[in-house]
Design a protein around this ligand. Structure first.
Ligand code: ATP
Length: 207
């Protein structure tokens, strides 16, 4: 699972998903847009548009799918509920992984039922340029004893462990910067897929 606001999806997300799948030999990466992200401002762009951009960005990429399960629930989009739904779908023995960038990881202790996340899945923390890993005391307590340093040890159990990964094509791209560029009428070419740029232009988003 790679959840996010995807406002809009960009090459940092998509290339991370592809490399994550290769490095961990995953069957599928479910990219799941949040309907209502619990810990940030309501996105200016509707969830359905964010989902459509994600579908356009993924195109025919093997092993990546735009998963709309959070759009089918009302209320805040808690990741524990999403993982519980994936767990119910794939069964207790399947190894499930929730991947997130280090910026999101640093706020994990503030999430809804953070301990339960580890009952449902492993956590993969992806390095992002410009974001140091500096967990505070609450986060330290949450991850205590869970860190492993290789994929074999991670996947020895269906859930409960944490692995830090540096992906080969680490990219300094953020949706915040893309929205700023779009508002200012600046180019976003090569920062996101051209199909997403076309969708943004034709739907007059981020003006
Ligand atoms: P914003 O700037 O609006 O916060 P974002 O670019 O961080 O957006 P999100 O949709 O919030 O994008 O991110 C979804 C997930 O993808 C988060 O776990 C985030 O840390 C991760 N992520 C986003 N951009 C990158 C990137 N360039 N490289 C690796 N991971 C990323």
């Amino acid at each position: 699972m790679l959840g996010g606001t995807f406002d809009p999806v960009h090459h940092g997300h998509l290339r991370s998903a592809v490399e994550l799948r290769e490095m961990l030999a995953l069957d599928q990466v479910h990219m799941i847009p949040a309907q209502l992200p619990p810990h940030r401002a309501v996105p200016g762009v509707a969830a359905l548009d964010r989902l459509e951009m994600l579908k356009a960005g993924i195109g025919d990429t093997q092993g990546l799918n735009a998963d709309d399960r959070e759009l089918r629930r009302s209320g805040p989009s808690y990741s524990v509920d999403t993982l519980a739904s994936l767990r119910a779908e794939f069964g207790d023995e399947t190894r499930l992984v929730m991947a997130l960038g280090v910026d999101a990881f640093l706020k994990l202790a503030e999430w809804h039922e953070p301990e339960r996340l580890f009952e449902l899945a492993h956590l993969i923390v992806i390095a992002r340029p410009g974001h140091a890993v500096s967990p505070g005391p609450a986060l330290q307590a949450l991850i205590e004893g869970r860190e492993v340093d290789d994929v074999t040890r991670l996947f020895a159990t269906p859930a409960g462990r944490l692995l830090h990964l540096r992906l080969p094509s680490s990219m300094d791209i953020s949706a915040t910067e893309l929205r700023r560029r779009l508002r200012a009428g600046l180019s976003v070419r090569y920062l996101l897929p051209s199909a997403v740029e076309t969708y943004i232009q034709s739907s007059s988003l981020y003006r």
